[in-house]
Design a protein around this ligand. Structure first.
Ligand code: 13P
Ligand code: SF4
Length: 310
């Protein structure tokens, strides 16, 4: 049996030999994050994918993140560490359903959360991530916005952007969105001194009672910089572990211990090493996207990066 250190050493050698940049979402396990070149939330990974000088990209996260990296780097070979890792929210609507919804609001712009398939991005005007959604919607010229697919993130944007009319569809994260107010109240009662830090994919009633609402990286930054000593973490449970490792003098508790994304857990360090060996021997399958959707999807992502820099 190989140790974590042996796998990480093999990964370091293989990625250098094949000129691969490893991008890992913050929900991945610590052994993968240690082996990665770039870690962060969806927005940070998108920006880094665009900036990398490597010939190849290997994404540890879920499928839409690998698709995003490919769309932003059409000339690079992009690989997913485990192709079974998808995001259920990304698959909740078909392009036809979104176009039918759009027809109800003739002057609206379609704003797609980046947690969508390339086909959905292709029928959207601009993509957003949880860290950039508010800034981008505020900066857009349109008053009517069809926000897809996460109704909780859309409601969060509406609450902080009253000058816009945000039209929602009933989609969302099956894990963040399933946490109930009662569970959070029980967690607060168990840890009365803890600050509540919440991802905007959670129910708006939970976001409304949070001390801080933000994307994964913003939650982590807030916890690290805060003078407080205890925190309830309202996002995927991996962040409790990462923060506990980063801040040994602080205490972190899950807002709900069932807030686990199985798709983010499916990728292992052994997968990363295996795909790198397959890249080296030419047998790895790179991410491919239908030409018919790539151009429109890329445009929506490029709009996101333009607004995000603004
Ligand atoms: P971030 O935008 O915070 O990376 O979130 C992605 C995600 O899938 C949250 O569930
Ligand atoms: Fe998708 Fe939810 Fe998992 Fe994020 S936590 S990848 S939104 S299913």
């Amino acid at each position: 049996m190989r140790t974590i250190q042996e796998l990480q050493a093999s990964i370091a050698r293989l990625k250098q030999e094949s000129d691969v940049c490893i991008l890992a979402h913050s929900y991945q396990s610590p052994d993968i994050l240690e082996a990665a070149d770039v870690t962060g939330d969806s927005y940070q990974l998108s920006v880094s994918a665009r900036q990398s000088n490597c010939k190849r990209l290997l994404v540890c996260g879920v499928r839409f993140m690998a698709e995003t990296a490919k769309l932003l780097n059409p000339d690079k070979d992009v690989f997913e560490a485990n192709p079974e890792a998808g995001c259920p929210m990304a698959e909740q609507f078909t392009p036809e359903q979104i176009l039918a919804e759009k027809a109800k609001y003739p002057d609206c712009a379609v704003v797609a959360y980046v947690n969508t398939t390339a086909a959905i991005k292709a029928v959207s005007d601009v993509c957003v991530t949880s860290s950039s959604a508010l800034q981008i919607v505020k900066a857009m010229p349109q008053t009517d916005i069809l926000f897809i697919p996460d109704c909780n993130l859309g409601a969060y944007v509406q609450a902080h952007c009253p000058e816009k009319r945000i039209h929602l569809v009933q989609g969302g994260c099956p894990y963040h969105g399933a946490i109930t107010l009662e569970e959070v109240l029980a967690a607060k009662q168990a840890h009365p001194n803890a600050l509540l830090l919440v991802h905007p994919e959670c129910n708006p009633k939970i976001s409304a009672m949070a001390d801080f609402v933000g994307a994964t990286s913003n939650i982590m930054r807030y916890a690290k910089e805060s003078d407080a000593e205890e925190f309830l973490i309202g996002t995927e449970i991996s962040i409790v572990m990462h923060l506990s490792m980063a801040c040994p003098d602080k205490r972190f508790y899950p807002m709900a211990s069932r807030l686990i994304c199985p798709d983010m857990r499916v990728t292992t360090l052994a997968d990363v090493e295996r795909v790198l060996r397959e890249i080296a021997d030419g047998s790895a399958a790179a991410v491919t996207l239908p030409v018919a959707v790539s151009q429109g999807a890329r445009h929506s992502l490029e709009q996101m990066l333009c607004y995000g820099n603004g």
